[in-house]
Design a protein around this ligand. Sequence first.
Ligand SMILES: Cc1ncc(COP(=O)(O)O)c(C=O)c1O
Length: 548
Amino acid sequence: MTNFKDNAKANLENMYRVFTIPEAPDSTLGRIDQAITDNAAGFLQEHVVALQRELEEIEGDFADSHIPEHPTFVSKYTEFVTDKLVAQSVHTASPGFIGHMTSAMPYFMMPLTRIMTALNQNLVKVETSKAFTPLERQVLAMLHRLIYAQDDAFYARWIHDSQSALGAFCSGGTVANTTALWAARNRLCAPSGSFKGISQEGYLNAMRHLDCNGLVVMVSQRGHYSLGKAVDLLGIGRDNLIKVATDDNNRIDMRQLRNQCNIVQAEGKKILAIVGIAGTTETGNVDPLDEMADLSQELGCHFHADAAWGGPTLFSDTHRWRLRGIERADSVTIDGHKQLYVPMGVGMVLFKDPAALSAVEHHAAYILRHGSKDLGSHTLEGSRPGKAMLVHAGLSIIGRQGYELLIDQGIACAQRFADMIVAHKDFELITAPELNILTYRYNPEWLQAVIATANDDKVHEINILLNQIIRMIQKYQREAGKTFVSRTTLELTRYHGTSVTVFRAVLANPLTTEKILVDVLQEQCELAKHEDLSELIAQLHCMAASCH
Ligand SMILES: Cc1ncc(COP(=O)(O)O)c(C=O)c1O
């Protein structure tokens, strides 16, 4: 329970104090502040995941729904944060935390974040952001250039144009993808004749106007769930997000995509957009973007590339070819808080056509006036922080070449980990890394030999047991807190479409060493001997015996 004893007094003098007087250097907050400034990694090492407690138990610390009646001393509150929050959070920057897309952050981000917080700019309008607005426009132009490589004259013409925006800054990939489909929807259902446009008249009238039975968005079955939210919000409906089958490399199957397009068109629906993925969330694969661009062009629909994860691969001269065709996308999502290494809460969507975002333009009398340079007239969100500064910092301090090194290293590291898995007798590589994500599973040598000759039904039964084992190993490894990989479920043609539970590793932390990767596998082998798993392993042995 949040119970702060020794309350402070609620009087105006104390209220002025918290707004005006900084904490003394030797106060609890001052000391923590200094420790983080001196050595954030050390501070986190010491404080994060120090205690192993169940989430249900932790919930007890956050169970009181009363708003504290009296003010609390900052020092008391800081103790609470250290003990109950920091100690029970996840050390996402740890080099052994290779399970998710959240990894280390460059040091300079912390003091710069503090400056950003202190300035507390609001990017919705120039009146509350001044230089931050041109800075955000510059960042959008830089990323636009990374993708679309237009010439100097293009950027000179559009970068600060008050009538348009080269993209939109937002809180992450979800809002970026939603914004892309929002603009695509409004462009397809634009005002014409007596029809005032979908944004004015709504979906029903738009369908009547277009004389069609609905809109459809196409993406592979590896598409991120944010697209489901987007079609839900935009009134398109989740049933109209068509999940197209993938090939053995988790890339959209172009033949199936074409078939699906023919089917929905025969049903009288219109294809709003085809979405290509540059770096699938689960396996890190890249769709055949060039071919998807051809098809989109042929069908006259919007082509969106979800490069939330893989976009920064464009920094790499060695690997950018993997995203070939992205420059033909009408819109592209890139997340800042993924491979641009900025703190949480930064996404961007870039539009090839500087006029594209006009389709979602909105104005208000007191701000966002026509002709103003307010970025809020083109964004889904209203008030927004000045996080463009952090992307700008990354692009300037790390630079194109620095990001290239990070990307190249991540891909090489994933390849090395894949080689280790292949060479290890007790693991099976499930999806090889195309970028820096791979999946694999524990599959001991003796069982691999059984699976190789067993009939389909037996393999299916073995996989069901193995899935449980993988889930337990992953859970125990997470709870032990030394290293961490995530898990997901994939349907594999190798196993006739059976759902297979796999470990998922994301190699984006430049501090992850080969030794850590060895430790990850070793720990998983040890955990496979855990007594809780013995019953399942025994069942596998029985099954193996029955196969002979
Ligand atoms: C490919 C892809 N698209 C979109 C998203 C959504 O991004 P966010 O979580 O920043 O909203 C993710 C997140 O993992 C992703 O991997």
